[in-house]
Design a binder for this molecule. Structure first.
Ligand SMILES: [Zn+2]
Length: 174
């Protein structure tokens, strides 16, 4: 699938015509995304459906999938992360229209008729879809090396207050 996607798009016109775009983009073209990655090999599969909903609102439904390389924060080696993002973006002329937007949509502000770089929309959504703390699913380091409460589950457990701590804090208040 090496269909050519247009570089620039006019989201309003695409929505009015109910057009679909499908193709791939090289990850290496996305400089902002690249800052979070350990390398920029690979491609992003892009699907965009433009349409106007029953309230007359132009929107884009997007589905972007890629295998991205990030550094595991536990063992500091590269790992592959599957990123699949789906989004409904309401195409708006200005921020005033954001209020009252149906919950389904995220706003996509398109000023005037400036052409929009297609890849930047895909890039924004992929950045939002990246894991905050990339880690291998398996225990990639010996347990004693990372079993120090820095795991999410462990820190949750630590928040539980023991009865002794409650007593201690009561004493302090006196
Ligand atoms: Zn790891």
């Amino acid at each position: 699938m090496h269909q050519k996607l247009p570089k620039d798009i006019d989201p309003f016109r695409l929505a009015q015509n109910g057009l679909r775009l499908e193709g791939t983009l090289p990850v290496s073209t996305m400089k902002r995304l690249a800052g979070s990655l350990s390398d920029t090999e690979g491609e992003v599969a892009v699907k965009m459906n433009f349409d106007v909903d029953e309230t007359g609102l132009p929107y884009m439904y997007g589905k972007f999938s890629s295998k991205l390389s990030m550094i595991c924060e536990r063992c500091m080696t590269p790992m592959s992360v599957d990123v699949d993002v789906e989004c409904y973006l309401a195409i708006l002329k200005n921020e005033r229209k954001v209020e009252g937007l149906a919950e389904l949509y995220d706003p996509w502000i398109v000023e005037k008729n400036d052409p929009i770089l297609l890849s930047s929309v895909v890039e924004d959504e992929l950045i939002l879809g990246l894991p905050l703390v990339p880690r291998h699913e398996h225990a990639c380091l010996p347990k004693e090396a990372w079993y120090r409460g820095d795991d999410i589950d462990e820190s949750e457990k630590e928040k539980k207050v023991s009865p002794f701590e409650v007593l201690a804090s009561l004493k302090l208040k006196k």
